[in-house]
Design a protein around this ligand. Structure first.
Ligand code: SAH
Length: 223
């Protein structure tokens, strides 16, 4: 696990971040660990300079290539779900994007694996992880619609782009009692689902958390 040195961040005041954390609490986020990590993670470095001043608003923002950095509330909610049923050691994220969700997770679990289909976004995210001295993140340039077999099984898998239906491969890559948290549905209107593998069985229980808007999960990679 990593912790971030706040020294010299300067960019945004502690008050702005405190306001964001209060907003997340008001919306029902209760995990103190998650709230603390959101408070101390410099979201502005995951954005281009022109948008950095909006980094502590509770909103998704463009990161180029038609993609977006997830809304802090959604990042907090998904992270809270990952931690909800005991410690999670190995987590796979599908859709690195800016790397913000990855960085939040990396401070709360042992090892994060993350895949992104657009190389330029992945390269920028890697540079940010280096700057933050985060060493428990393994990045892959690949189509996460088939998961990442190489490091499976995972204690949890989170999808930050939405497929129209749950890819079977992801279920196969869950460890016993593993969790899959993923938005599912057609373009721009999905439901966030929590799918839990029942022990070592091939049975899964499913729960709908809320209505959400994510970018679609697309096939293939962009070099
Ligand atoms: N967690 C990111 C969210 C970025 S948006 C953040 O907070 O910044 C979702 C990302 O998923 C986009 O960068 C998009 O390129 C990526 N994506 C879409 N389909 C994918 C796929 N099949 N495999 C890997 N990444 C994918």
């Amino acid at each position: 696990m990593n912790s971030i040195d706040l020294g010299g961040v300067g960019m945004t005041s502690q008050r702005t971040r405190e306001r964001l954390v209060q907003r997340l609490k008001d919306q029902g986020i209760t995990s103190q660990r998650v709230l603390d990590v959101i408070r101390t993670t410099p979201r502005h470095i995951f954005l281009d300079e022109a948008l950095a001043h909006r980094a502590y608003e509770d909103t998704s923002l463009p990161i180029g290539y038609g993609q977006t950095i997830s809304q802090p509330y959604i990042v907090a909610l998904m992270t809270e779900m990952v931690l909800s049923r005991g410690a999670r050691r190995k987590v796979l994220e599908i859709g690195t994007g800016s790397g913000y969700q990855t960085a939040v997770l990396a401070q709360l679990v042992d090892q994060v694996y993350t895949v992104e289909r657009i190389k330029a976004l992945l390269d920028k995210a890697k540079e940010r992880f280096r700057r933050l001295k985060m060493r428990n993140i393994t990045c892959g340039h690949s189509d996460g619609g088939i998961g990442w077999e190489r490091y499976a099984p995972y204690d949890a898998i989170i999808g930050t782009a939405a497929p129209e239906s749950v890819p079977e491969e992801l279920l196969h890559q869950l460890a016993p009692d593993g969790l899959l948290i993923i938005p599912v549905g057609a373009d721009g209107r999905q439901e966030l689902r929590l799918i839990v593998r029942q022990g070592e069985s091939k049975n899964f229980e499913e729960e709908v958390l809320e209505r959400v808007r994510f970018v679609p999960l697309l096939g293939g990679i962009v070099r």
